[in-house]
Design a binder for this molecule. Sequence first.
Ligand code: MTE
Ligand code: HPA
Ligand code: MOS
Length: 751
Amino acid sequence: MKNYDSIRHVRGESHFIDDIPYLDGTLYGYVYYSPIAHGKILQLDFSEALNSPGVKTVLSAKDIPGQNQIGGIIQDENLFADEHIHFIGHPIAMVVADTYLHAHDASKKIKSVFEKLPPILDPRVAAFKNELIIPPRKFELGNVDSVWNDCDYIIEGRADSGGQEHLYLETQGSLAMPTEYGGVKIFSATQAPTAVQRTIANVLGIPMHKIEVDVQRLGGGFGGKEDQATAWACMASLAAFKLKTPVKLILNRQDDIRLTGKRHPYSSDYKIGLTKDGKILGYEATFYQNAGAAADLSPAILDRTLFHCTNTYFIPNLRAIGLSCRTNIAPNTAFRGFGGPQGMFVIESAIYKAAHVMGIDPAEIQKINLLKEGDEFPFGQKTFNCNAVKCYDELNERYPFEKIYQEIDGFNSKNNLVKKGAAVIPICFGISFTTTFLNQASALVHIYTDGSVNISTAAVEMGQGVNAKMKRIAARTLSIDESRIKVESTNTSRVSNTSPTAASKGTDLNGFAVIDACNILNERLRKVAAQEFNEEDASKISFKNEKVFYEGEPTTLTFSELVKKTYMKRVSLTAQAHHSTPEIHFDTKTNKGNPFAYHVYGTAIIQVTLDCLRGIYEFDSVKVVHDFGETFHEVIDLGQAEGGIVQGIGWMTCEELKWDRDGKLLTDALSTYKIPDIHAVPKEMKIHFLENSPNDFGPLRSKAIGEPPFMYGIGAYFALANAMKAFKPNLEIDFVAPLTPEKVLLTLYNK
Ligand code: MTE
Ligand code: HPA
Ligand code: MOS
């Protein structure tokens, strides 16, 4: 079994934006951006650039016929800077030329004069100066102020997690071409085709029906193309619209890293109170989110931090405050987990610190506080089919933690310069867009007269395998072979008003829509088949393995014959269906409601070996019991789990973003920014599917898989911390991630 795209990928046959066959007259764009982090544009002179070889035009804010505005949640972001500059990389203009190199060369001839202002880079400083994107957000449960007296232990601390560059293999880009009636057709590497369509319409000042957005697939998104693919699509469209010729705009790797936002770095304070047996009675946390220079998706991401700030534990008394802090770096954005991992790192840090003060294993605190059936989350939702304890216990049975610790202690007592460590990490992740209205999707299914089937949905394929899943869902629902089915590109003219493929909801939302559309077709096919057997009651007809059954008995009629008969009877072989997640709601004033369709649970144990002379380390194993619901595509689900874990380990360990004091990103290339490579993958990955977990709220009883496994990576930090403590028992862990080899070494030998 393999993902059906993989053969084409390996042969280089798959089309990404830059592979779309060349159209005569195509021009190339290059973005000219701010070299300063904060200030004002005093002068801009394009004349020399305009006279450079091959240059057709230079476009800036004054060339925009509609609104110079691309902000999604809050209208606070210009496509091209007006007079104000908010970060290094802030787009100011776009040079359009006959070749990429001509455009790039000409951009160096743009003359600009700036007035520099001091940048704010630290979210705590931004909060102090009241530079907030939105008013503070607060989630509360019980009465945290009155609970501290009942606690045997109260521990306070700080925990910081770094940002993360998406490093999708395909950089941001789009290809726009003018259409009749003054419209634009655009191929965009976006997770959010409708957002691109809406924003282009707004920038060009024309109705949405004149814009067609088409997405074949992305070379990775990871959230980085949920909001931040839009700017480049707008720029290419603006140029195509003005010049009446196709325009391609693709960021080179370094510009992509400089110009686009990343996972939000967070700095947080917490206070946790426990009884002497480790029961958590109260938890207070303040999260300083480094939002960057504009809102982007930061408010929604901040909310998810609060939704997940108790991870998978029941904490009866809580106050969590979130501050979205405006700073002078590129606007930060969605990244796998969407703020959840940042919230979970803080509670895990609090538990780790508390356990060490109390002289017990953090896993003991984790275990006794795990969510149980009917427990209430801080936002009012109660758990159901809660698998937190099941996953934890099953992992502990398969790989007894005590035994692992003993083996590690044995190893550590015999080795002075090499130390091992392990950490347990249970997770819980809520499935649904926390922005309730986004939980909708639709599907369009055609059956052609030869019995081949074509499905279009709102889902964007970005390597996560959603197309293979749509195919399987359609095949199962129509009772036909998968080879009959082709999944179309995602296109706003075929499927409208789409939500981004995000929040791990791609398969759930679009899969249900596919099921509904296929069932409409099944109903029609059943009626035609019933007529064939002179039967009035169409419910006596059923389908299985491409065959028509009558009263449960196979007939000689096949799927493709029935399709032909249906066509000859002039019955439609096309169906459209819309699906929206039932019964979810959330009140953003009281911050209470039922925002999630369900939760995904799991527990992992991560083991690491640390070379204490060099600070370098290797992850020996990750062992997981994960709640996949009832999987209907094991290979894809496993791939998502493995990929997510490695990406999560990268965030906690080797991936480190650094800015200088002027707000310049120093780690803007692969030579300075280290992502996990094949050698960084844990040597052993054992991922077990939790048994007997059917999910009524997922298609074919499955559960969403895209984001949750990322959060097992958090365990990497604590496994490493334990290995470091084995070398230097009195070491104070600072709970600042990532723990790069450099940081580990400096910490081990810091007097
Ligand atoms: N897997 C691959 N290979 N590439 C990606 O870009 N994005 C992740 C996850 N897995 C991603 C991925 C993110 S951030 C999300 S929200 C989900 O896939 C989106 O797809 P789904 O909703 O179909 O799971
Ligand atoms: N996840 C991902 N993207 C989103 C969400 C979410 O919860 N809400 C709005 N956009
Ligand atoms: Mo995923 S961060 O919701 O695109």
